[in-house]
Design a binder for this molecule. Structure first.
Ligand code: F6P
Length: 324
């Protein structure tokens, strides 16, 4: 097998704090192993548009502490087409780039996997999404920072909730998954947590709130963005009707969850994953995602991360029932 000499890295989909630490690790570990490393600007869009530039060690100085991604990111419609992927392949070939590292979530990996098969091109994925919803890894880059951002925000909301004896519904990100809601809800002592993975929660919430109305004046209810039983506004209305005279507010945390300085945990894990991704390409282990399982690096076929569904931790669900 030929020795790999030139690799590229890109970030795709929603940005996540710690992506820069992963880029830095890919660049510096690649250079130290004698590779030339290239950065693709704006994810697959930049790959198609040939926005590819060499990255030197100095180009990734002073970025480990920053949120966002220095490579920019995008959600690319064109990469979903065979014609788009062909353009991307030709651009890589023209620059003699022999391996690609994709930092992103499940949508980005679906594209990466398709591209790898279609063009027989070596690809390695690094899980980067605040949602933590990727099969094959306990943890995705950005999740820890997002959790801490949510907990910090909810602590602040609790101050005002308790001062006014209010019930707050707080919506957190997670388009299809409740990982952020579940863990941040436990960490912030939420009275109820509603996530898309669990059914029948609305009924349970109504029962809990009916009981709580008499004993506790202020409450925090965390709702995952992907919750489908009712919208957060409908839930607030239902509880308002259930507890006459209750003072209810809805707070949607939104994109603040995606920004900010990455936590130490995100920086270290992203660095480990970046190095592992470079090593995987060098050792010809392709079309895999770098995962962290029980705090150890593991390699999972990209096809599996796309097909399989990551389950929420049932032990954590039990904690919610016990402590609320
Ligand atoms: O990155 C994942 C995610 O944060 C989801 O939780 C959220 O629904 C989505 O991104 C928002 O994406 P956008 O910024 O493209 O609207």
């Amino acid at each position: 097998m030929n020795e790999i000499k030139r690799i590229a890295v890109l970030t795709s989909g929603g940005d996540a704090p710690g992506m820069n630490a992963a880029i830095r690790a890919v660049v510096r570990s690649g250079i130290s192993r004698g590779l030339e490393v290239f950065g693709v600007i704006r994810g697959y869009e930049g790959l198609i548009g040939n926005e590819i530039k060499q990255l030197l060690s100095a180009d990734v100085s002073n970025i480990i502490q920053t949120g966002g991604t220095i490579l920019k990111t995008a959600r690319s419609e064109e990469f979903m087409t065979a014609a788009g992927r062909l353009k991307a392949f030709e651009n890589l070939k023209n620059q003699d780039i022999e391996g690609l590292i994709v930092i992103g979530g499940d949508g980005s990996f679906a594209g990466a996997s398709q591209f790898a098969i279609e063009h027989n091109f070596p690809v390695v994925g690094i899980p980067g999404t605040i949602d933590n919803d990727l099969y094959g890894t306990d943890y995705t880059i950005g999740y820890d920072t997002a959790l801490n951002t949510v907990v910090d925000a909810v602590d602040k909301i609790r101050d005002t909730a308790s001062s006014h004896n209010r019930i707050f519904f707080v919506e957190v990100m997670g388009r299809e998954a409740g990982f952020i809601a579940l863990r941040s809800g436990i960490a912030s002592g939420a009275e109820a947590i509603l996530i898309p993975e669990v059914e029948g929660q609305l009924k349970k919430l109504m029962k809990t709130m009916a009981g709580r109305g008499k004993i506790k004046k202020s409450s925090i209810i965390i709702v995952a963005e992907g919750e489908r039983e009712a919208s957060i506004w409908e839930m607030a209305d239902l509880v308002r009707k259930e507890i006459p005279g209750s003072d209810i507010r809805v707070s949607i945390l939104g994109h603040i969850q995606r920004g900010g300085r990455p936590t130490a945990y995100d920086r270290v894990s992203a660095s480990r994953m970046g190095i592992a991704a470079t090593e995987a390409l060098i050792s010809h282990q392709y079309n895999v995602m770098i995962g962290l399982v029980n705090n150890k690096i593991s390699l999972v076929p990209l096809s599996q991360t796309i097909k399989m569904h990551k389950e929420v931790n049932r032990d954590l669900l039990a904690i919610v029932d016990l402590l609320t």
